[in-house]
Design a protein around this ligand. Structure first.
Ligand code: HEM
Length: 403
């Protein structure tokens, strides 16, 4: 609140000073029209605004003082410090700003680096992110046209085998439902200005944007809880085994004939699982940082660890910055949150395709919890053997004829 007060008071003061000198009709002496070499020229200012020179040149206030000594008397209480210089000090963080509350972040009235973030968010982030999603959908359409629906080659047997317990399906659908809500509301926030305001108008979009933000902030908790549930329930089945190498070598059954053997989850599903866990956890961490502004900075530390590991050098980049202003921390959190979100959305689109249209018999696993025995033997032969061995040793039949 206080920082707004400062800004308002400051703007008022500047406006008043300008108005007063104008009203008095004060004309600067002729020599002031030719500034000394050290003073800022209009070209300097334009170059800086165009981003050609981003560093502030140290001001030679002494010679500037001399040069305009003649008009010092008419400059008002701030003497030779012009309005532009005050804004410049604020912009580059050299102004002395005192606040009574809010800590260091509240002392930043203008953050120059924020323009880079804004441009990146509006430009490459939205463009490449959008294309990634459209490209994934396009590839899946091409894949469907070439390969068609993956059928159960032996035909459906009519015999069912239990695949996922109710608690597993509950965890999965909470994760899926929350993720879809988060994805849609996140996309509305990112693309709303360009994509929705022209269609809905500003007033309607404002309601939608506020609602989206509310949903996004609150549904995130369901996503995080379900992520932990899924991890705990399925991590044992997703540890790598030697069968995964065979699965990869056969391209998951697309290359060569027959389906490679797999336990409860095949290597392709393990990739989905670990992507969801790693990206989901990273999106959650950066999301928490955004949800509690300035409370959970994590990028300076992360960058420092990455520098120590030599990661920037590996990809031919300079060391990452390890001294970040509070606002920069938030900007990096926002960018990473969105980048990881886009990658996971693309992966999940492919996952939804294979779980519904792409493969006959797959949806039942998460729908009813039971799958056709022939589907199970084709895609998870080793898992079927395990289940049947266990059923035999328990003296029970796990498979039951379908009605
Ligand atoms: C909303 C549409 C979705 C559908 C129709 C769907 C369908 C399925 C099905 C049928 C399975 C079981 C596959 C099997 O029996 O082997 C499954 C598993 C799984 N789902 Fe989903 N799912 C959806 C969304 C999501 C979302 C949004 C996430 C995560 C953000 C997710 C994460 C997982 C994971 C980690 C597995 C285990 C690995 C795998 O089978 O690929 N699902 N899903």
């Amino acid at each position: 609140m206080f920082r707004y007060t400062i800004a308002v008071v400051l703007s008022g003061f500047l406006a008043l000073t300008a108005a007063t000198s104008h009203a008095q009709g004060v004309e600067p002496p002729a020599e002031a029209a030719n500034p000394p070499p050290s003073a800022q020229t209009l070209d300097d200012i334009l170059a800086r605004q165009a981003g050609l020179s981003d560093k502030r040149q140290p001001r030679d206030t002494g010679s500037a003082d001399d040069a305009i000594a003649g008009i010092g008397a008419v400059l008002g209480t701030r003497g030779t410090v012009s309005d532009a210089e005050i804004w410049e000090d604020l912009r580059f963080g050299t102004a002395e700003v005192n606040v009574s509350a809010g800590g260091p972040p509240a002392r930043v009235l203008i953050q120059d680096g924020g323009m880079w973030w804004l441009d990146f968010r509006k430009g490459p982030l939205a463009t490449y992110g959008g294309w990634l999603l459209l490209g994934t959908i396009g590839l899946l359409i091409v894949f469907y046209l070439l390969r068609g629906r993956i059928r159960v080659s032996g035909g459906l047997s009519g015999v069912k085998i239990g695949r996922f317990a109710a608690i597993e399906r509950f965890g999965h659908w909470v994760l899926a439902g929350s993720f879809l809500l988060l994805a849609f509301t996140g996309l509305i926030s990112l693309f709303g200005r360009v994509g929705l305001i022209p269609v809905l108008g500003k007033d309607t979009y404002a309601v939608l944007a506020v609602g989206s933000k509310w949903v996004h902030n609150n549904v995130s908790w369901a996503f995080m809880i379900a992520l932990v549930m899924i991890f705990v329930m399925w991590v044992v089945h997703n540890l790598p085994t030697r069968h995964d190498l065979v699965w990869f070598a056969k391209g998951g059954g697309i290359i060569g004939s027959g389906h490679p053997p797999a336990k409860k989850f095949n290597a392709g599903q393990k990739i989905i699982f670990w992507s969801v866990i790693v990206f989901g956890a990273s999106i959650s961490a950066s999301g928490l940082s955004l949800l509690f502004p300035f409370e959970l900075p994590m990028f300076a530390k992360t960058f420092s660890i990455m520098n120590d590991m030599g990661i920037p050098a590996l990809v031919g980049m300079d060391a990452f910055p390890t001294r970040l202003a509070p606002h920069e921390e938030m900007q990096f959190a926002q960018l990473w949150h969105s980048i990881a979100g886009f990658v996971l959305m693309a992966i999940v689109i492919a996952h939804i395709y294979i779980g519904t249209l792409g493969m006959e018999g797959a949806y039942d696993a998460m729908g009813t919890g039971e799958v056709d025995l022939n589907w199970a033997k084709e895609h998870h032969s080793l898992w079927v053997e395990e289940v049947q061995d266990k059923a035999t040793s328990d003296g029970q039949r796990q498979t039951t004829p379908a009605e």
